[in-house]
Design a protein around this ligand. Structure first.
Ligand code: NAD
Ligand code: UDP
Length: 319
């Protein structure tokens, strides 16, 4: 049994991570400032003796005694991270420094939730971890992409200089129950629109691609990486290799929901990556992991969840 800190623990992925770790019997501290999440995501864990919730912003230091840290606190959807880009950069960079300092003091192992966005609009396809990326450092996505790149740098420097036991995972587009219904991401938008028979908003011509990983597969890989002991610290790509155009995704959501929605086109946002697909050779080799949930099955579970919630319980992010 370990004492485990999960920053961003009330979020879409963090809350499922907490749920898994609590079920495994660990002592879990969930730390969150609730910028893009709500307490309802972890309400079912509050009565458990091995779960604790702290409202805290990781841009500020905190003193806790733990064995492991999953650093997942950061707005992740474009609409969320562009809401206050300076705060996004601070969260990535100062959050990493504070959490690495905590890990160094406690001798804890620390994992960084990095992102496929470190590859920007990739010129290499599929993307391997050795690809250095094509990020626009001054564009509207830079606060997130460059913040996450800087956090990776800090993780590797604390590892080399201070011998902090680090892990880095690069997460590709992940979806599932508890994603914020108004986060503006493509899966949440399309399901919400389809269930309400509203127009489905395709940005650009819909020929851009993404590879969508189901939440449960992703969290499984992250926990494996945290507990990996073969000396591999990453970065490691975690994602599903199935590659779909955004138009294909829209058509699948319409089919699965039986919706009457029509597809409409809207302008493509600046710097929107054209293609994205992970090479997961390293994850398979070091973690014995491959995702097992096909998009169709994962979407069906996500649609069920969207049908079970009251959209009025969710609000857009606030300062
Ligand atoms: P999310 O927005 O649901 O979760 C992020 C959580 O971090 C939220 O609960 C939010 O309130 C919290 N947070 C934000 N700023 C904070 C701060 N300054 N201090 C404390 N807490 C803060 O997003 P998610 O999809 O669950 O993403 C979790 C992590 O995984 C993020 O670090 C994200 O960058 C990374 N990631 C996610 C995806 C994906 O497709 N979901 C892809 C790549 C990387
Ligand atoms: N997208 C879309 N309609 C929407 C929301 C997003 O066509 O209502 C597109 C978006 O332009 C991008 C893709 O879907 O090409 C994935 O967008 P998302 O914001 O989910 O993730 P990211 O761009 O960060 O991969």
């Amino acid at each position: 049994m370990q004492r485990i800190l999960v920053t961003g623990g009330a979020g879409f992925l963090g809350s499922f991570m907490c749920e898994r770790l609590v079920a495994e019997g660990h002592d879990v501290i969930c730390l969150d400032n609730f910028f893009t999440s709500q307490k309802t995501n972890v309400a079912h864990l509050l009565g458990k003796p091995n779960f604790e919730l702290i409202r805290h912003d990781i841009t500020l230091p905190i003193f806790l005694e733990v064995d492991q840290v999953y650093n997942m606190g950061c707005p992740a959807a474009p609409g969320h991270y562009q809401y206050n880009p300076i705060k996004t950069m601070k969260t990535s960079v100062m959050g990493a420094i504070n959490m690495l300092g905590l890990a160094k003091r406690c001798g804890a192992r620390i994992l960084q939730a990095s992102t496929s966005e470190v590859y920007g609009d990739p010129e290499e396809h599929p993307q391997t971890e050795s690809y250095r990326g094509n990020v626009n450092p001054i564009g509207p996505r830079a606060c997130y992409d460059e913040g996450k790149r800087a956090a990776e740098t800090l993780f590797m420097d604390y590892h080399r200089m201070n011998k902090v036991d680090v892990r880095i995972v690069r997460i590709f587009n992940t979806y599932g129950p508890r994603m914020h219904p108004y986060d503006g991401r493509v899966v949440s938008n399309f399901i919400r629109q389809a269930l309400q028979n509203e127009d489905i908003t395709i940005f650009g011509d819909g020929q851009q691609t993404r590879s969508f990983c189901f939440r449960d597969d992703l969290v499984d890989a992250i926990i494996r990486m945290m507990n990996n002991t073969d000396g591999f610290v990453g970065p490691v790509n975690i994602g599903n290799q199935g590659e779909f155009t955004i138009r294909e995704l829209a058509e699948l959501v319409i089919e699965l929901t039986g919706s009457k929605s029509k597809l409409i086109q809207q302008p493509l946002p600046a710097d929107d990556p054209t293609r994205r697909k992970p090479d997961i050779t390293l994850a398979t080799k070091h973690l014995g992991w491959t995702p097992t949930t096909p998009l169709r099955d994962g979407l069906a579970k996500t649609i069920d969840w969207f049908q079970s919630i009251d959209l009025n319980d969710y609000r857009p992010p606030t300062p």
